[in-house]
Design a protein around this ligand. Structure first.
Ligand code: NDP
Length: 273
């Protein structure tokens, strides 16, 4: 039985073991998938120990995505551009790193019939999650990706890294000057029930609002967007399942079906199952 796990700290609430167990059952793959919570200083030693114990791959979540990248012998373009790895594969004595967050986001948007081609996208946040989705968003040929962050210099530095005329940075006060087709909240603000300082004038009835955070109820940000005209608000549960499906595909070369797994997780979140 091939062994996988997810590293994170904290990790108790992680849904990854449940998601991968459902994918494995559905595709009849004989795998085990557990979770591990190392201290920050012990992360690399724990990965090495897992490889020695026969581990085939691992997911990596906060705060280890940058350390995971440093351990890799080979990175995909999307992992290198993110500066963060959420999927490790161990083969032939090498460590391979990928970042599947962006594919998870783009596929979730598509599953809601949100097309990104020629659209103006506002990306809020400049942390690992925001970095991870820029290249996959660019691959959809948007008109522009505008990055906004509480610490504006980080947004400017992130935009500059891409050196692409389609990517720029603004401050939150400047969001009053224009409207956006899609707004993606890649900040952790909703986890502390706070709202980024977005100007409501930038939302129209056609603006799609996405929050990477998910929960039993709509996040504070998505509630706020609904109150300010947005008619389509989407939380990050589909992105979570989508990034897991892409990791599963990388490891097992089988694409799992996502909608049933997503429905089951949604029910669990809402206490129905
Ligand atoms: P980081 O800690 O790397 O970055 C946090 C970002 O949020 C920074 O840009 C920070 O701004 C900003 N921020 C925090 N609080 C506020 C606030 N009150 N107002 C405005 N901006 C704020 O986190 P990650 O990038 O790794 O993750 C971001 C979120 O995305 C997390 O909540 C995570 O759970 C979620 N996520 C969801 C995934 C999914 O599959 N659904 C996958 C990956 C992440 P500043 O730079 O100024 O501090």
């Amino acid at each position: 039985m091939d062994k996988y796990l997810v590293f994170g700290n904290p990790i108790a609430q992680s849904k990854s073991p449940l998601i991968h167990q459902m994918f494995a059952e559905q595709t009849q793959q004989d795998i085990s998938y557990s979770k591990k919570q190392p201290e920050e200083v012990d992360f690399k030693a724990e990965v090495s120990a897992f490889i020695i114990a026969g581990g085939k791959g691992a997911n990596v979540t906060a705060p280890f995505k940058e350390q995971a990248m440093q351990m890799c012998d080979q990175l995909t373009d999307r992992a290198a551009s993110a500066g963060a790895v959420n999927t490790l594969s161990f083969a032939d004595g090498n460590i391979y790193g990928d970042n599947t967050d962006g594919v998870g986001l783009v596929n979730d948007l598509k599953s809601h019939n949100v097309q990104l081609t020629n659209k103006t996208i506002l990306l809020m946040g400049a942390g690992g999650a925001a970095r991870g989705v820029i290249l996959p968003l660019l691959a959809e040929y948007p008109k522009q990706i505008i990055i906004v962050n509480r610490t504006t210099e980080k947004a400017e530095q992130l935009a500059a890294r891409f050196n692409d005329e389609k990517i720029c940075a603004i401050s939150y006060s400047e969001t009053a000057k224009t409207t956006f087709d899609v707004i993606i909240n890649a900040t952790s603000a909703s986890l502390s029930a706070s709202l980024p300082d977005l100007n409501p004038a930038c939302i129209t009835t056609n603006t799609v609002c996405y929050d990477m955070v998910y929960g039993a109820e709509l996040s504070p940000f998505l509630k706020w967007c609904s109150q300010h005209k947005s008619q389509l608000v989407i939380d990050g549960l589909g992105m979570l399942v989508g990034q897991a499906a892409e990791s599963f595909f990388i490891w097992r070369k089988v694409k799992p079906q996502q909608s049933q797994v997503l429905a089951k997780l949604r029910n669990k979140l809402q206490g129905i199952d």
